[in-house]
Design a protein around this ligand. Structure first.
Ligand code: NAD
Ligand SMILES: O=C(O)C(=O)C[C@@H](O)[C@H](O)[C@H](O)COP(=O)(O)O
Ligand code: ZN
Length: 373
């Protein structure tokens, strides 16, 4: 794994931090800082084209689309905005189709650059549209939720949901750049902030025990949106994710650790119908379940599950799963992309800062569900 953070420029304290995602000719920078939407250098050096299409949603558009449009106008002769309906329930084929309708309806050519302005739902769908339109056009991630800044905008997983499973239809397709303006987090509802913290917490057990301790020490500051704390959380999360993705872009192996908590979490999201629980809420609760499984497999002491659960509670996350019934959980989890030949494979923690994939008997998983629902 290879994580690089460029030192802040000595000329201006407010300069953004840059984290590099090293993927050969698909490498790109993640810019992290305040006020980035309005800084000319944020938008310089992107692919040239006659059209830029900002894909956003009906909640984010009134907050930020005009500013991004103004920033892009010096670079692109035509800058259009497409506002999709908001919510996980719209991360589907019908909404994806609306992006293609706009591109084709406006005669956009294969150099058109897409800008995903919003959370992970907009980012995942825009990325997938970019991967498919005319077999691939460039796109830029402009994440405006904590979850999207620390996770979904980085690494090139793009997808839509299927009623039978999360992110089932998608592609690996990397953005040209990721622009994390921390100021956009000022307008984020607190429930969404908590959801983003779930993915931040995730990086501790799977990769960095020191970061886990740092999050525990700063969780109140993060919940209070302290900018310095948020800047560190976004930067360290991006460094870890960039390193994992840089070593295994298409999830042949180690990248699966980023799925810690997701086998259970995705089952909760799909089982309840997308949107009732937020993705990050499913991940928070799913990490507690995966920690409990790690304990039952004899890999970790019970204190680890208790520690993770206590942190999730402080982050405002649910830690008891909905009562879908063990049979339904198992049915949903067998659809997970990590499953092989019908066997569910979980990401478990084998020591703090280290994760691996492992199967478990259904009886043990049922025991975990009984204990955690
Ligand atoms: N591709 C990946 O690697 C990856 C990683 C993690 C999650 N995801 C996906 O990301 C999605 C979850 O992303 P999310 O948590 O960002 O949810 P989201 O995209 O639904 O955004 C959350 C809510 O916040 C609103 N919002 C966004 N920015 C705002 C702002 N600055 N101020 C006020 N409101 C704002 C949105 O309109 C939405 O209502 C899920 O579909 C998940 O599967 C993908
Ligand atoms: O980037 C990854 O790899 C991840 O697993 C990050 C996850 O947080 C994210 O939710 C991802 O979309 C889940 O991937 P999936 O392959 O299980 O759909
Ligand atoms: Zn996730």
């Amino acid at each position: 794994m290879n994580a690089k953070t460029a030192p802040a420029s000595p000329t201006a304290a407010a300069d953004p931090v840059t984290v590099r995602v090293d993927l050969g000719d698909r490498s790109y920078d993640i810019l992290i800082g305040s006020g980035l939407l309005d800084r000319a250098e944020t938008w310089a050096g992107l692919p040239r084209a006659s059209t830029a299409l900002i894909v956003t949603n009906t909640t984010v558009a009134p907050l930020y689309a005009e500013r991004v449009q103004a920033a892009l106008q010096p670079h692109y002769p035509r800058v259009r905005v497409l506002a999709l309906p908001d919510g996980e329930a719209h991360k589907d084929a019908a909404t994806l189709e609306r992006i293609y309708d706009e591109l084709l309806g406006q005669a956009c050519d294969r150099k058109t650059v897409l800008f995903a302005l919003g959370g992970g739902v907009v980012g995942d769908m825009t990325g997938f549209a970019a991967a498919c339109y005319m077999r691939g056009v460039p796109f830029v991630q402009v994440p405006t939720t904590l979850l999207a800044q620390v996770d979904s905008s980085v690494g090139g997983k793009t997808a839509i949901n299927h009623p039978m499973g999360k992110n089932m239809i998608g592609a690996f397709y990397q953005p040209q750049r990721v622009i994390c303006d921390l100021d956009t987090l000022d307008t984020l509802p607190i429930r969404e902030l908590s959801a983003g913290l779930a993915e931040v917490i995730k990086y501790g057990p799977i990769a960095d025990p020191e970061f886990l301790s740092w999050i525990e020490a700063h969780i109140d500051a993060l919940m209070a949106r302290d900018k310095v704390a948020l800047a560190h959380a976004v930067r360290r999360s991006c460094e870890i994710k960039a390193a994992v993705v840089g070593s295994d872009e298409r999830e042949g192996g180690v990248r699966a650790i980023l799925n810690f908590g997701h086998t259970f979490g995705h089952a909760i999201e799909a089982g309840l119908g997308y949107g009732e629980w937020l993705h990050g809420e499913g991940v928070g609760c799913g990490m507690v379940m995966a920690a409990e499984l790690s304990v039952r497999l004899g890999l970790m002491p019970a204190a680890f599950r208790e520690r993770l659960e206590a942190l999730c509670v402080r982050a405002g996350l649910p830690v008891r799963g909905p009562a879908l019934g063990a049979a339904r959980y198992l049915e949903l989890m067998r659809v997970d992309k990590k499953a092989e030949g019908g066997e569910i494979r979980f990401v478990v923690i084998d020591r703090l800062g280290s994760a691996r994939m492992q199967g478990a008997p259904d009886t043990m998983v049922t025991g975990v569900l009984d204990a955690c629902c």
